[in-house]
Design a protein around this ligand. Structure first.
Ligand SMILES: [Zn+2]
Length: 290
């Protein structure tokens, strides 16, 4: 657990295609002061409006996590948010010149490399955690998310797909910079060929290709080179979970156990979780050590 807040050492930028829009978008990750949090700024709109990465600002979760505030919409924030959380960045301004973040290779690997290339700067402000004191659970049919008290941020994730290549997969990680870089950040998003074809027919996933997703048909993986991890699918769900839970606005001290969850269900859980005020507290690590 880190005691101090952190930001990115210097501004860095990249560009890539938006998976749904198919448009090229430029993205810059910049340093921000203590207690700023993560805020997205649309440089393509008059007045450069912004929206904070907070679950109160989530406006859609049907295909990706979309946040918005007074006309400033930013789509597909989850993989970059996972990268920032995985690299323990508390404060940053993220500038983009379109409504949708670049999908890069469908994982958080390129964002993680970008942050690493800039370096991380320690700031003079204590790091505040969202500490879980009592278990909170949300269940709907066979989907569930429960968060238990824990001294560290841990995720146990299970997915169940009726496909021989996936089937039931479970993984369990304590989330820190080391495990994030080694085990999680490179896991790509995935989809079934018939779903991708259907989305394209409806004008979605215009930028989607084998360069930014693992695509599966009835027989196997269509990507040359196959999978990056044998259980890449469930690892990507852990990555999505890190991104979704980062919208609490501070790192979690708790153990997340998710079964068959996705962006929409994670968001529904966060809304319930936040309302149960006895179940958590904000906790400043190191405040008594100064
Ligand atoms: Zn994802």
């Amino acid at each position: 657990m880190k005691h101090h807040q952190q930001t990115i050492a210097i501004p860095v930028s990249c560009s890539g295609v938006g998976v749904h829009s198919g448009k090229i978008v430029n993205l810059a990750i910049k340093p921000a002061p203590v207690n700023h949090g993560i805020r997205f700024v649309r440089t393509d709109l008059p007045g450069r409006p912004g929206v904070s990465a907070h679950f109160n600002n989530v406006v859609d979760t049907s295909l990706a996590t979309v946040i918005g505030d007074e006309g400033c919409i930013v789509s597909t924030v989850e993989h970059l948010m996972a990268g920032l959380t995985g690299m323990s960045i508390d404060n940053s301004i993220v500038e983009i010149d379109a409504y949708e973040l670049p999908i890069m290779d469908g994982s958080a690997g390129p964002f993680t490399e970008l942050i690493k290339s800039a370096g991380v700067r320690r700031q003079e402000g204590n790091k505040c955690y969202f500490k879980v004191n009592q278990p909170v659970s949300l269940t709907e049919n066979d989907k569930s998310v429960t968060v238990y008290p824990s001294d560290e941020f841990r995720i146990t994730c299970t997915i169940v797909y009726d496909h021989p290549l996936i089937g039931t997969q479970t993984c369990d990680f304590v989330i820190n910079r080391e495990t994030f870089e080694k085990e999680i950040c490179s896991a790509r998003t995935f989809g079934f060929l018939h779903e991708v074809e259907m989305m394209k027919r409806y004008g979605l996933a215009r930028g989607g290709s084998l360069d930014n997703a693992v695509v599966i048909d009835g027989k196997g993986v269509l990507n040359e080179g196959g999978l990056r991890y044998p259980d890449e699918f469930v690892r990507h769900k852990v990555l999505d979970c890190i991104g979704d839970f980062s919208l609490i606005g501070m790192p979690i001290m708790g153990h997340v156990v998710a079964r068959k969850s996705g962006h929409a269900f994670n968001h529904a859980f966060l809304e319930k979780f936040f309302k149960e005020k006895d179940a958590w507290e904000t906790y400043t690590l190191g405040a008594d050590m100064q």
